[in-house]
Design a protein. Structure first.
Length: 335
């Protein structure tokens, strides 16, 4: 690592707070552990967990970098002693355990993947967080299969766009909710079979209409408590509700639980960051085998709404919190 600089730029968030706490700072380069690669970051994505960590409600797990950033794309510049697949000069995108809002970032080798064919750094960096999350939850915990019907809440978020595209690519019928006429139209353009404006329509009523009263097989939900009862009503026999966030609260009051028993429902959910390297590596291997070819063929891919220079991370977070975006918000780190 002698040829590398002694210091790098990164985005600090101090004691936490609003977007304005995000400021450029200087510090030492991270040192890769034996199973890690050191990546010169070219681009990184902005995700809801970053906003939660910045505000103080989502602390990093033990041993993770305190610097924000859960995904990146760039060039490998150093490797740990146990790394076998990658070498200096390789271009990778990675699901990181933190630290991607920086010039350099480490990631376990198992959580790094080559850029899909035809991708540049910005598009490659937009993949890991949403694709790992959707694959693990929609197809893992949710067991979505070809021929089934899925309801994706927040259809124009980074997660939502990915879920719509992958569900369609693997043969499902897809409904989505969104918060405006423009976002409803975007869901349809991205591939949803039907889209519901949750501000003017009741999604449970619309699901019942769209399925002739049957309900959907799987719901991917990031709202939580505010949608819980209606989600249960919207599922068919043996349906699966997969909860991945609590934007509408985490305490469901006065929810009728009878549909869980009567319809044999499964209510599940997960977080990605606390999973072990082995667990994340298994997801990475499945993505490379089953999804990376689809990315190369153009059958799915990230929707990038806007990118900012790394130094303008505060503006990127303000945009994220406005919910005015469709798809991914990105930070460009180096040329």
């Amino acid at each position: 690592m002698a040829e590398l600089p002694q210091e790098m730029s990164f985005i600090a968030h101090g004691a936490g707070g609003g977007p304005e706490v995000l400021v450029p700072a200087r510090g030492p380069l991270p040192v890769p552990q034996p199973d890690e690669v050191l990546i010169r970051v070219l681009a990184t994505g902005v995700n809801r967990p970053d906003v939660a960590q910045r505000s103080g409600s989502y602390p990093p797990p033990p041993g993770a970098s305190p610097v924000l950033g859960l995904e990146c794309a760039g060039e490998v510049v150093a490797t740990g002693a146990a790394v076998r697949r990658y070498k200096a000069g390789d271009r990778v995108c990675a699901l990181t355990n933190g630290g991607a809002y920086a010039d350099y970032c480490t990631a376990p080798e198992a959580q790094a993947l080559p850029w899909p064919a035809g991708y540049d750094a910005l598009r490659a960096a937009a993949l890991p967080e949403t694709y790992f999350t959707v694959w693990a939850n929609l197809f893992g915990h949710g067991r979505l299969a070809a021929g089934e019907t899925v309801l994706v809440h927040g259809g124009t978020s980074g997660i939502g766009v990915t879920a719509i595209q992958l569900a369609k690519a693997f043969g499902a019928r897809v409904f989505a909710t969104a918060g405006s006429a423009a976002k409803v139209e975007a869901c349809l353009r991205i591939g949803a079979d039907a889209a519901i404006d949750y501000r003017t329509q009741d999604f449970a009523t619309e699901v019942k209409r769209l399925t002739d009263g049957r309900g959907v097989d799987v719901i991917l939900d990031m709202v939580g408590a505010a949608y819980f009862a209606r989600n249960l009503r919207s599922l068919t026999l043996d349906g699966r509700l997969v909860i991945i966030a609590f934007l509408g609260g985490h305490e469901a009051e006065k929810a009728d639980l009878r549909p869980i028993m009567v319809k044999r429902l499964t209510v599940t959910g997960s977080t990605m960051r606390p999973r072990s390297t082995a667990q994340k590596g298994a997801i990475a291997a499945a993505l490379e085998a089953k999804v990376w070819p689809l990315l190369a063929q153009g059958r799915c891919g990230p929707e990038i709404f806007r990118s900012f220079p790394l130094a303008q991370a505060a503006d990127a977070h303000a945009l994220m919190e406005s919910s005015a975006h469709i798809g991914k918000i990105m930070l460009e780190v180096a040329g």
